[in-house]
Design a protein around this ligand. Structure first.
Ligand SMILES: Cc1cc2nc3c(=O)[nH]c(=O)nc-3n(C[C@H](O)[C@H](O)[C@H](O)COP(=O)(O)OP(=O)(O)OC[C@H]3O[C@@H](n4cnc5c(N)ncnc54)[C@H](O)[C@@H]3O)c2cc1C
Length: 378
């Protein structure tokens, strides 16, 4: 589980950015529900917006361990920024992995620089855990596809210039899910209002409505019917990213709790001297580190192309995200009444943590994947 010198250096660099540039804007952008575009530009300058783009298209081409480290450290700064970055990365991964040479040349060099921003549009109002239930249709007409339908909960929905879209070529046939690239300024495409959310407030989440949107057939990324397996394979990597983000968020809450416990005095002593508080901190530390090790294990299995990677990714995401909700809950508890106010970051961390158990596959879906893999091994 050792890191290379290069991985350590990237980790330190991104940690510094998280502390010095992301955290200082977290409270305000959470309150105003606005995305910190300056921070995005900083990440772009560091080539992190090209994290999952191959080098020949101007990207960083990070190995999976580095990908996990970057996600952890950006989330240490703020989960909204890490989510926006990782969803942009899902979009670039789809184009890099499933696109042909022309498609890669067309989109990846620009996306690696951070603009246009990418979105990944799989979920729908009535198709979340079960994407096969989607109803968005891309009908072939000559050299074009005509798209009708609605996508829901799309991260970067109002910021994106490039949308990786999943749609059926025949609405009645669940085996026709196909992957396309749609420019966000296409005629007939409209972006819904930003969702007013419990947490993750600086990250924009919108619906996207497609009303007779026409795209050239050359914007199709996968063969017809191969879109769902492509989405699922990309999401295995995405889950490692969310696991890492959960660890970063939880580490941030733990650090806040440790320093508060050493400063806050009750009964003529710092509360850190009270054994009950020490036990809470010990449990939090154990949860964070266990989540980190599961995440690194999954990242390494993915990098090696190990058959155990999907199960490892689901275990990491399941454990680290549920762990993040527990750790942030205890961090608020250790802050007492102050933790319940916006004056201390733990309140935001507590609200932000909940989404990690929901998106990119809920905890229940991760349990399903783990059990399925386990039973198939028997
Ligand atoms: C802030 C935010 C950002 C998001 N960003 C994106 C994005 O960028 N792109 C995108 O495509 N999607 C995105 N999503 C969507 C997200 O991935 C879905 O919300 C998630 O997959 C769950 O789907 P659902 O909300 O429809 O819940 P449902 O699928 O309706 O689930 C409801 C409940 O039923 C449970 N459940 C459902 N099926 C089963 C089962 N078979 N076994 C056991 N339990 C089950 C679930 O675990 C959950 O507890 C985002 C969501 C949010 C809230």
């Amino acid at each position: 589980m050792e890191l290379t010198a290069e991985q350590e250096a990237i980790r330190e660099l991104v940690h510094e950015v998280a502390v010095e540039e992301i955290r200082p804007v977290a409270r305000e952008t959470d309150r105003d529900a606005t995305f910190p575009e300056d921070v995005w530009d900083t990440l772009a300058e560091l080539d992190l917006t090209g994290l999952t783009v191959p080098e020949e298209y101007g990207g960083f081409d990070a190995d999976r361990q580095t990908y996990a480290l970057v996600n952890e450290e950006v989330a240490y700064g703020m989960l909204s920024v890490a989510t926006a970055l990782s969803v942009h990365g899902l979009a670039t991964s789809c184009i890099a992995e499933f696109g042909d040479e022309d498609q890669r040349e067309r989109w990846l060099p620009d996306m690696a620089t951070g603009r246009p921003v990418g979105a990944f549009a799989l979920s729908e109002p009535n198709a979340g855990s079960n994407p096969r239930q989607m109803t968005t249709e891309a009908r072939r007409e000559g050299d074009e596809y005509v798209i009708d339908g609605q996508k829901q909960w799309i991260t970067n929905g109002s910021r994106a210039g490039v949308i990786v879209l999943f749609a059926k070529t025949d609405r009645a046939d669940p085996n026709t899910i196909t992957q396309f690239v749609v420019p966000a300024d296409a005629d007939g495409l409209s972006v819904g209002e930003k969702e007013d959310k419990l947490g993750l407030r600086a990250s924009d989440t919108t619906s996207l409505t497609f009303d007779g949107v026409r795209i050239p057939a050359e914007n199709r990324l996968t063969e017809e019917g191969k879109g769902l397996s492509a989405a699922l394979s990309i999401l295995t990597g995405g889950r490692v990213g969310i696991a890492a983000q959960s660890v970063g968020l939880a580490q941030s809450a733990l650090d806040e709790a440790v320093s508060y416990a050493q400063e806050r005095e009750q009964f003529d002593q710092p509360i850190a001297d009270i054994q009950t508080i020490q036990h809470k901190l010990a449990d939090m530390q154990t949860t964070v580190q266990a989540g980190r090790l599961l995440t690194w294990d999954a990242a390494r299995k993915l990098e090696r192309g190990d058959d155990g990677a999907p199960m490892a990714a689901s275990m990491a995401k399941y454990f680290a995200s549920e762990g993040a909700t527990e750790v942030t809950n205890e961090a608020v508890q250790i802050h007492g009444g102050y933790g319940y106010t916006t004056d201390f970051p733990v309140e935001r961390l507590y609200r932000d943590s909940k989404i990690t158990t929901i998106y990119e596959g809920t905890s229940e879906i991760q349990q399903t994947v783990i059990a399925r893999e386990l039973l198939e091994q028997e």
